[in-house]
Design a protein around this ligand. Structure first.
Ligand code: PEP
Ligand code: MG
Length: 542
């Protein structure tokens, strides 16, 4: 049972919030179970033709009703529906004995299976399957309408909405919540185009009841039960006031393509080059020549500035086929990252030596770091290997809680550290980063993570170690301001976010960033920390 003040998290669509009462869309009426016909093959074919034409006609009507963005979708769906080979395939199913509705659903399913596995079509498959459902419903005289209210103001809640559903949205639909569906689902696209505030992928919305007042708060990626205007998360548009950000903003890359794209941004070098991404499908170990060639190309293409290269971070969420790894019950806590040195030191050394050759060939400034270092002795061992192999700055990633307490031993051992907030959150909160039910624990605004980060920045400074952050947290412009305020020397963001992070960090002074950090340290929850920071940051926005 949900109560006033409960927060349901999901993925927000849009910048405006809205509050209204919930209208639950009834699950569609079930279609009859697959069945055979009674030997009237020809009549079934005629029935199917009539149903396909009628659904086609209704798609055209929906296209007119839905307006520009959806019209294109309906036109595409109508083309699929009227495709002759699809109809032929359905006739083949009728010839095999299936009645018209079942025959068309089967034919559509075969078509959908051909497209599945292709990420471009994955989210469209539901729309295509919906065509089969509509034709079958017509064959059996079943109504599939949503029965939405025409008057009043409602936030509609449903599993997800197909194009034919969204076209039925009436003017009474002022907000949308879906239990499934991702940020590129049809519902998200349509809501964005129609400026209907939405939160998609909101699992807890399954417990929302008709008539409950809710606030749809897309900027906050949440729905607040009984929420009011004071709960609305405001979007901030930063305005750069200084030519340079208060700390350098670098880019994260994993391929030559990324390096080229990052060079078109204002990134100051690369803060994380994930080398394992080059080898996720390699069944044979890349030779040193091959490595030198690809690293050199990437170093040459990367944006101007230092390039921080991470040695292979294989294991757990990033298996690398050519490195034989033992089967582990719990790979996230197993032999991964720098721990591969146990059985594969030769590959790490190969990598370091190849990087040195690429550094010389490209003339670029290269820093190297090891992932998943847990204790000071590992950092010492890696620094020794790296300094023997080449002339670069040497560092480690800070992504296990234990190494935070060992930073005091690392002055003079490593030149820099870079915080991997993705893994640091995973290990700090004992929350598998791949588990969709634990997203809230992995929120960078969690006060415990903020405390840990502040400690890392302070310890690094105290020990004369340069410190950066390269986990996803650094891609959030507001959070990047907090990181700068704590004293980190640089952040590295995913390339699409470099511009936004740079603008944010160019909109304030170091003292301003420190004030934002000071304001959030007392927060008791992620939501509280984020809203305090956003309120403070609003001063630097337009
Ligand atoms: C991290 O853990 O934050 C990080 C940057 O590394 P990856 O996401 O590649 O594990
Ligand atoms: Mg990591």
């Amino acid at each position: 049972m949900l109560a006033t003040g409960d927060v349901l998290t999901g993925l927000g669509v849009g910048l405006e919030a809205v509050s209204a009462e919930v209208f639950r869309v009834k699950p569609p009426q079930p279609l009859p179970i697959p069945a055979n016909h009674a030997g009237d093959e020809e009549a079934q074919g005629a029935k199917l033709r009539e149903a396909v034409d009628a659904v086609g006609q209704s798609l055209q009507e929906l296209a007119v009703k839905a307006g520009e963005t959806s019209a294109e979708i309906f036109e595409a769906l109508e083309m699929i529906l009227q495709d002759e080979s699809l109809f032929e395939a359905a006739l083949g199913e009728i010839a095999d004995g299936f009645e018209a509705g079942t025959a068309f659903v089967n034919a559509i399913e075969t078509f959908a299976e051909m497209l599945s596995g292709d990420p471009t079509f994955e989210e469209r498959l539901a729309d295509i399957r919906d065509l089969g459902r509509r034709v079958a419903a017509h064959v059996h005289g079943i109504a599939l309408g949503l029965d939405l209210p025409e008057e009043g103001r409602y936030v509609i809640v449903g599993e997800d909405f197909a194009p034919a559903d969204t076209a039925q949205f009436t003017k009474a639909v002022v907000g949308v919540i879906t239990i499934h569906g991702g940020p590129t689902s049809h519902t998200a696209i349509i809501c964005r185009s129609k400026s209907i505030p939405a939160v998609v992928s909101c699992t807890a919305a399954k417990d929302l009841l008709d008539g409950t007042e809710v606030l749809v708060d897309p900027v906050g990626d949440r729905v607040v039960v009984g929420g009011t205007d004071s709960d609305i998360t405001k979007a901030i548009t930063f305005v750069a006031k200084n030519p340079e950000p208060i700390i350098p903003v670098r880019a994260n890359i994993g391929s030559l393509e990324d390096a080229v794209a990052a060079a078109t941004t204002a990134a100051e070098g690369v803060g994380l080059f994930r080398t394992e991404l080059l080898y996720l499908s390699s069944t044979t170990r890349p030779s040193k020549e091959k490595q030198v060639e690809s690293y050199t190309e990437i170093l040459k293409a990367a944006p101007e500035g230092p390039i921080v290269v991470r040695t292979i971070d294989a294991g757990s969420d990033k298996p690398v086929p050519f490195l034989q790894m033992p089967h582990e019950e719990n790979p996230a806590l197993g032999v991964r990252g720098y721990r591969l040195v146990q059985d594969h030191e030769d590959f790490i050394v190969d990598q370091l030596e190849s990087l040195e050759a690429a550094r010389v060939a490209s003339g670029r400034e290269v820093w190297v770091m090891a992932p998943m270092v847990a204790v000071a002795t590992e950092a010492e061992a890696f620094a020794k290997l790296a300094r023997e192999a080449g002339q670069y700055k040497v560092g480690i990633m800070v992504e296990t809680p234990s190494i935070v307490y060992d930073l005091r031993h690392l002055g003079g051992v490593v030149d820099f550290i870079s915080v991997g907030t993705n893994d640091l959150s995973q290990y700090l909160f004992a929350s598998d980063r791949m588990n969709p039910n634990l997203g809230a624990m992995l929120n960078p605004w969690q006060p415990a993570l903020i405390q840990a980060l502040a400690q890392i920045a302070a310890e690094s400074k105290k020990n004369g170690i340069y410190s950066g952050v390269c986990g996803e947290a650094g891609s959030d412009p507001a959070f990047a301001a907090v990181l700068a305020g704590m004293g980190f020397d640089s952040v590295s963001a995913s390339r699409s976010q470099v511009g936004a992070v740079r603008t944010a960090l160019s909109s304030m002074s170091q003292a301003d960033a420190e004030a934002v950090y000071q304001a959030v340290i007392g927060a008791r929850s992620a939501d509280e920390a984020k809203s305090i920071a956003l309120a403070k940051l609003a001063q630097f926005a337009s």
